[in-house]
Design a protein around this ligand. Structure first.
Ligand code: NAI
Length: 811
């Protein structure tokens, strides 16, 4: 037996296992066999296929679970659809009480939930007990509040319908809570599929729903692998899909849902930067790294997996890290003194091993502690790579294991460049004692969450979600609620539009444009009637430029008579316009006051030339002189409206239950593409461009294909209103072609399109490459004169994405 002195010297301590009896008893009660939860009951498998759920600690099966097929998916969706009318009609207060009851019940059974989660997933009990389950409970309490406040806080919005939700295995119950709580609070019903490795806590959760008497069908749980997920994605009665998992599957889902009208939110992979400046408190940094990359075995989408250290302190920090890594404990996840548990499954372990071998082969230096991990079960030691090239595979690919790669930088701007040198953009953390530096760097990082002197902290009041290929949409906070609501006006669009004005008709007509060879400026056609040739070109980088094709296309008036021609833009012109928008990046940092001033100036200059614009519009298809005047007047009013908003659409400070200021900042996307509809050519253009411009985006716009002359006239208004070159770029031409080019372009961060139905589908499919956020209309018209449909917060919300910055306070 060791002496006290020896114990103090080695700091060795014996096992402190959490008893598994409660969870094993629950498994036994079900004879270790689990069925899907449909319509409020566990349904005996219609489908005889099953699969085993194993304990990663030892690889032994602990339960047999149904592999749901078409019949179960159909039954679950039907149950959710049947439950929707009643559930959505309940008062917010009643829904709130159900959510509150769920929170209470989970809290009551938290030990059972925690142990079961650890048995099924392999995560340390310390984490499931102290992090996962408390956050789950907090999420349901918080969203009980949103249900109560729905009418007050989301006027003009309504629930979507049946939501399909697909979650991963790294935080099984927590991801369930992140999905189900907001969906129910908003009045939707749900079919959720847990990951195949970790179905059990979702099924225990279903029992909780029975205990609190949640109406049958409001929540349905179907178990199975990716093929079950695919059936859910494709089900025609699903109106909203929420997915967390790999970017690869996220892309597949984006493509599979393209054009279906299903609302989508994606929370995908990450390769988050952990930035350490040379004035940081290095001991805190070391503990921060432990939480960043060894929390949950590194199987965390926002894991701080790229350590970026200022050069002067790199060696010292790496040495401290090696010492700390040597003392980490890997082993039985049910042991309360364990730091790192088991990897979820052999396939994930193999993925990690393969990537580590590739890192070594690429020439990086790999360091692991001297001790060995247990042989039984799926364990992997904490690993540190140094000497890593920024372009190396291990610096770019999400490893999803306890593997940290370290790189150095010299200056803050180099740190920002390195941090942003990734296709992902989920999270980042900044370590410095200089709050000015931290708050200067945070907005420059392309990431949805930025933690200052902290990492991997979460709360239901604060939104979570990514930039770029980390997906779109937010979970948590007010911003997360919008993912489960739709503006009520969306159900009323298309009304009042003549058939001719319906965007569905756009694609057939636009393909029959009359092409006129030769650069438009030299065509010799006097379209103005003034004797001066005014055939307009494209507007890129603040200048008129000839279209690459050298072609222009003829524009006809309402009676089919020739009334002018404009340049026919192509792929190359869009690329040039995106480049110009990219170069105009300083616009996104301009003050809101300046943006408002320019919008007022645009309105003023348009007002000065109102007669001229009305004349132009009066000859466009479907326009009387009176309508034309109305359209100009309304356009001026709308410019004023967004000038008013520019310095008022501000963020929030979320009240999270820590000593923390959590700033929710709406940030512009960067380069935003806009495809305008054929109808109301001036007003629809202003209605889409003004909000995006007001909030700091740089725009590449495809104006109305049918009557772009009013927009090409607008070039002069832009020129005389101090709009910086490159902030608004206009490429006239076929929206069906140009919209797709915008969708495929990696430097376009988001894309709005009001156009033909087929184009919505193309855009959603083509945008899956860089997982762009898109806002399309599925061929439905909008009444641009109706303020409820054509202006408001929804436009402003769509023009931004929320970044949450966590700033702790106190010593
Ligand atoms: P995955 O993306 O395949 O699985 C996530 C969920 O999607 C599971 O429920 C799965 O059954 C389902 N799924 C798989 N294929 C589907 C399809 N075609 N249609 C609909 N649903 C489908 O992730 P996987 O294979 O478990 O892990 C692979 C890698 O993905 C990891 O190494 C990690 O890099 C990343 N990952 C990221 C997560 C995150 O939180 N961002 C979570 C899990 C994995």
């Amino acid at each position: 037996m060791s002496t006290v002195r020896e114990i103090f010297e080695t700091m060795e301590y014996g096992p402190a296992p959490e008893a598994p009896d409660l969870a094993l008893g629950w498994l036994k009660k079900h004879q270790n066999r689990f069925h899907p939860f449909i319509g409020g009951r566990f349904k005996d498998a219609l489908n005889a296929q099953t699969f085993a759920s194993t304990n990663p600690r030892n690889g032994k099966p602990i339960a047999t679970v149904t592999q749901c097929g078409q019949a179960e998916v159909d039954a679950a969706v039907a149950a959710a659809a049947a439950a929707f009318p009643q559930w959505s009609a309940l008062s917010g207060h009643i829904r709130s009480r159900y959510l509150y009851a769920i929170a209470r019940q989970i809290q009551k059974h938290s030990r059972l939930f925690a142990v079961l989660e650890t048995l099924d997933n392999g995560k340390p009990i310390r984490e499931s007990r102290d992090i996962d389950i408390p956050l789950v409970v907090r999420h349901f309490y918080h969203h009980a509040g949103w249900a109560q406040l729905l009418v007050d806080e989301f006027p003009g919005y309504e629930p979507i319908g049946v939501c399909g939700q697909i979650i991963p295995w790294n935080f099984p119950l927590l991801m369930l809570a992140w999905k189900i709580a907001p969906a129910l609070a908003a009045g939707n019903t749900v079919v959720l599929k847990p990951a195949e490795f970790t179905s059990l806590t979702a099924l225990l959760f279903a029992e909780v729903l029975q205990q609190i008497h949640l109406p049958a069908g409001v929540v349905n749980i179907i178990t199975g692998d990716g093929s079950t997920g695919e059936l859910l994605v494709k089900h025609p009665e699903i109106q909203k899909l929420a997915f967390t998992g790999s970017t690869e599957v996220g892309r597949i889902i984006r493509q599979a849902t393209a054009g279906t009208g299903k609302k989508l939110s994606l929370e995908l992979g990450g390769k988050s930067a952990f930035i350490v400046f040379d004035d940081a408190d290095l001991d805190s940094v070391v503990e921060g790294v432990v939480d960043a990359i060894w929390f949950n075995q590194g199987q965390v989408c926002c894991a701080g997996s790229r350590l970026l250290v200022q050069e002067g302190i790199a060696q010292r920090l790496e040495q401290k890290l090696r010492v700390r890594m040597e003392s980490l404990r890997v082993g039985d996840p049910l042991d309360k003194a364990i730091d790192i548990g088991a990897i979820v499954a052999p396939i994930q372990l193999q993925r990690i091993e393969k990537l580590v071998e590739e890192g070594k082969a690429e020439g990086a230096t790999c360091w692991q502690p001297s001790w060995a991990v247990p042989q039984e079960g799926y364990f992997y030691p904490p690993t540190l790579f140094t000497n890593v090239e920024p372009a190396a595979q291990i610096a770019q690919v999400e490893i999803f294991g306890p593997v940290l790669v370290s790189m150095t930088f010299r200056t803050p701007s180099e740190a920002i460049e390195l941090a942003n040198n990734t296709v992902y953009g989920l999270a980042a953390s900044i370590w410095t004692e200089n709050v000015n530096l931290a708050l200067d760097v945070a907005p420059k990082l392309k990431a949805g969450v930025v933690w200052v002197n902290s990492t991997n902290v979460f709360d239901a009041a604060s939104g979570f979600g990514g930039y770029r290929e980390s997906g779109f949409g937010r979970e948590g906070g007010k911003e997360g609620m919008y993912e489960y609501l739709v503006p009520s006006w969306e159900g009323h669009v298309n009304a009042g539009l003549s058939d001719d004005a319906k965007p569905e008709n756009a694609d057939s007509t636009v393909r029959s444009v009359e092409l006129i060879p030769g650069p438009s400026a030299d065509s010799g056609v006097d379209s103005s009637g003034t004797g001066i040739d005014r055939s307009p070109k494209l507007y890129i980088g603040g200048k008129q430029v000839r279209p690459d094709s050298g072609y222009s296309f003829a524009i006809k008036d309402g009676s089919g008579n020739y009334c002018g021609e404009v340049g026919l833009g192509n792929r190359k012109d869009i690329r040039n316009a995106v480049e110009a928008a990219h170069k105009a990046a300083s616009w996104s940092r301009a003050t809101a006051h300046l943006r408002a001033q320019i919008l007022y100036y645009l309105a003023e200059n348009l007002a000065t030339r109102a007669e001229e614009f009305a004349d132009r519009l009066a000859v466009s298809p479907g326009h009387s002189r009176e309508q034309a005047e109305r359209e100009v007047t309304k356009s001026i009013e709308r410019l004023f409206y967004y000038a008013a908003w520019a310095d008022k659409y501000d963020g929030q400070v979320h009240p999270v239950p820590f000593r923390n200021i959590t700033l929710a900042m709406p940030e512009p996307w960067g380069t935003l593409g806009i495809v305008c509809p054929a109808e109301s050519p001036l007003l629809s253009f202003i209605s889409l461009v003004a909000p995006a411009f007001a909030l700091g985006n740089r725009l590449v716009v495809v104006p109305s294909w049918r009557y772009p002359l009013v927009i090409t006239d607008f070039y002069q208004v832009l020129d005389t209103s101090d709009v910086p070159g490159g902030v608004i770029n206009l490429v006239t031409g076929d929206p069906n072609e140009l919209g797709r080019v915008l969708a495929q372009h990696d430097d376009v961060a988001a894309l709005w399109c009001v156009g033909a139905k087929a184009l919505s589908e193309d855009i959603e499919r083509d945008s899956s490459g860089n997982v762009k956020s898109t806002w399309v209309n599925f061929g439905k018209g909008r009444d641009w004169f109706d303020d409820r449909q054509a202006q408001g917060r929804e436009y402003l919300r769509r023009a931004t994405q929320i970044k949450n910055i966590w700033v702790p306070y106190g010593e």
